[in-house]
Write a protein that binds this ligand. Structure first.
Ligand code: SAM
Length: 254
């Protein structure tokens, strides 16, 4: 859509990007993530995102004023919650969220970005290369198909996902990929706790344990928005009959 196009394609100036980035991250108690090398990577990511977004629909957010709080700080809320050196699957990564913020903030992680749309995965792959983020690999696939494949099933220490599906569906996409002893770490909006109540029985059937929902506040500098972080420990192997085909998951959530 036309209104998605940035006003111009000239690279962002460090003089305007960095102060904005600092202000947003400071407002969200993320100041430990504002070292110059980190800010520089996010600036390069923003340049790339805005340039590609002009020709391909990656995000509805089309200015640094929106992208920094609503994509970067939002995803950074989970950055310090992932164990050192973990293998991470990002289910439905789209334009690379939370894949890119996590890869920049946590170079120790090994992130596999998964999306069913090939051109988004191509963008993620090329952008990772451009930004020199060697800790990202990207795969075009449906999560529930990988979950049925022995090479992928229960292989990840941590599975994350943002803005992909209701929790009562998302649990069946994510839990099969997570190893026993690992966890899901899911970014949800204001209604996350209600989604969790609705999903608890299904989570148990899929091998999940007692899930915890936490309400956080995202400060956008113009507003304060509620977010829910949902942590689901994987305590038992997922029964063989799961995940089902997506049509079944959608029609009859567990
Ligand atoms: N996570 C990104 C974010 O927060 O900006 C993208 C969110 S976008 C609204 C949802 C993405 O999930 C789309 O790119 C879609 O292709 C992908 N997706 C939906 N269902 C999927 C599935 N079953 N397996 C893999 N990807 C899926």
């Amino acid at each position: 859509p036309k209104e998605n196009k940035p006003m111009n394609q000239t690279p962002l100036s460090p003089d305007t990007f960095a102060p904005l980035f600092h202000a947003v991250f400071r407002a969200n108690h993320l100041e430990s993530y504002t070292k110059p090398a980190i800010v520089d990577k996010f600036r390069a990511l923003t340049d790339r995102l805005l340039a590609v977004n002009a020709v391909m629909n990656l995000t509805a957010l089309n200015t640094p004023e929106k992208i920094i709080p609503l994509h970067y700080a939002d995803c950074a809320l989970i950055a310090d919650r992932i164990p050192a050196g973990a293998t991470v699957a990002d289910v439905g990564c789209g334009g690379g969220f939370p894949t890119f913020p996590l890869a920049i903030l946590r170079p120790d992680l090994h992130i596999t970005a998964i999306d069913s749309t090939g051109k988004k995965i191509k963008y993620v792959e090329e952008t990772a290369q451009l930004l020199d983020l060697a800790n990202i690999r990207a795969v075009t696939a449906r999560a529930e198909e990988l979950g049925r494949d022995a090479a992928w099933r229960e292989q990840f220490d941590l599975v994350t996902s943002r803005a992909v599906a209701r929790l009562s569906l998302l649990d069946e996409l994510c839990l099969p990929l997570c190893r026993v002893g690992g966890a899901l770490l899911l970014l949800k909006g204001a209604a996350g706790l209600e989604e969790l109540d609705e999903a608890r029985a299904g989570i148990r059937r899929l091998g999940g344990g007692e899930a915890v929902g936490e309400t956080l506040t995202l400060d956008t500098l113009t507003d304060r928005e509620a977010r829910t972080l949902i942590t689901v420990p994987k305590v038992e192997p997922t029964p063989r009959e799961f995940p089902r085909q997506f049509g079944q998951i959608r029609k009859r959530p567990l």
